[in-house]
Design a protein around this ligand. Structure first.
Ligand code: SF4
Length: 383
């Protein structure tokens, strides 16, 4: 696939004067950077995995997962050859499973088309599945010392404050400007450290609340620190309203095992395991729908269903209310799936070992299949 050409400002231009933060930022980073395991390696593959995991996930959460992942799949070849279920198993609990799927897909491409070596430019990296502009910039600069810019949530916050950008940070003109500033800033020595220093500043000093301006290495250059409105930046326009969704899920037990089903590889919660169920309309009485939905989804008849409660889960633009039932199966009957790609009868305490999404974990807690504390936390009885 041809590399996509980015339209960016000529890096030699510096209308905002942002390059003056380079030296103080790098010297602060040298003294104060956190000791993170992926900062001890030069292996591009290991750095790539850390960047994929760090999207949407906190550093402390990522560390043990990163260690386990590299132990299980120590090279791009090992990941390419792995079974996707084994990849999910190591990823379980980290969420956003599409990241794991994309990593495996990209590893296969690297082996098949790049001789097993990760490409060393941002443009080529971006042709791999799941690698966006940010990750491409991060891997190219950190692993290959390329002068490749990056912009993530931390960088947006630092730049908005530093440069006094008081417009919606998601507006296209602002996003373009942020990438231009990052492009200008990264040119020069140690581009990987420079990018990491910028993100580190956002993560540790220039935090959303109570930024530590008094000890900030770039305070002299900071517009928001001078004006005193750092906490109100970046400006974020109100998010679009979330659509409400309702669904039911059923615990179906036979010979001490429960039925779990796997969602298709596309769409919401793609490829993940869950209790069988389906969406219902806002006006529907959940209990009256259970038998029909179970029959439509897995072809089994139920004799009755007891409502256990409801759990809520937020997706990016959707809010799901999942009503959970313990249903009694009619004797006999074979599973005939519709809308699912696989099913298994598993011991209840083994169900969460399969790759699953948040609603499944919450439903299992509600059903008492996980520890009591999480059950109490998740419990919200239906009337
Ligand atoms: S001075 Fe304050 S607002 Fe400005 S970059 Fe530093 S921490 Fe952020």
């Amino acid at each position: 696939m041809p590399a996509r050409k980015k339209k960016t400002r000529d890096p030699s231009e510096d209308p905002s004067g942002i390059r003056r933060i380079r030296a103080p930022l790098l010297s602060w980073y040298d003294q104060h950077k956190r000791d993170l395991p992926w900062r001890h390696t030069r292996d591009p593959y290991a750095i790539w995995i850390s960047e994929a995991m760090l999207q949407q996930t906190r550093v402390e959460t990522v560390i043990p997962y990163w260690n386990r992942f590299l132990e299980a799949f120590p090279s791009v070849q090992a990941l390419a050859a792995a079974d996707i279920d084994d990849v999910y198993a190591v990823w379980t609990g980290l969420g956003y499973y599409s990241r794991a799927r994309n990593l495996k897909h990209a590893a296969e491409t690297v082996v098949a088309e790049h001789g097993g070596a990760l490409p060393d430019t941002a443009e080529e990296l971006e042709t791999l599945k799941g690698i966006g502009r940010y990750t491409a910039g991060a891997v190219a600069s950190i692993a290959f010392e390329r002068e490749a810019p990056l912009v993530d949530g931390n960088v947006i916050r630092v730049f908005a404050r530093l440069l006094g950008i008081r417009e919606d940070s998601a507006a296209k003109a602002v996003v373009d400007r942020l990438w231009d500033e990052a492009t200008t800033l990264v040119v020069g020595e140690r581009p990987g450290d420079l990018n990491q220093a910028l993100m580190e500043l956002g993560a540790t000093l220039c935090t959303p609340r109570n930024p530590s301006c008094l000890i900030c290495p770039v305070r002299e250059a900071c517009d928001a620190a001078a004006v005193g409105d750092a906490e109100s930046l970046p400006v974020k326009k109100k998010r679009t309203k979330q659509t409400k969704m309702r669904a039911v899920a059923a615990w179906l037990e036979r010979d001490g095992k429960i039925l779990v089903v796997r969602r298709p590889e596309e769409g919401l919660m793609a490829g993940l395991w869950e209790l069988p169920g389906g969406e219902i309309e806002a006006k529907d009485e959940a209990k009256e729908c259970v038998a029909g939905i179970v029959h439509a989804a897995v072809g089994l008849e139920i004799l009755d269903a007891e409502g256990i409660g409801a759990v809520e889960h937020l997706f990016t633009h959707r809010k799901l209310t999942l009503e959970v039932f313990r249903a009694r199966l009619a004797p006999g009957g074979r599973v005939r799936r519709s809308g699912y790609v696989a099913h298994r009868w598993v011991a209840p305490d083994a169900a969460l070992d399969l790759a699953h999404a948040g609603p499944m974990r919450k439903a299992m807690a509600l059903l008492g299949a996980t520890d009591e504390r999480s059950a109490r936390a998740a419990r919200k009885r239906t009337p």
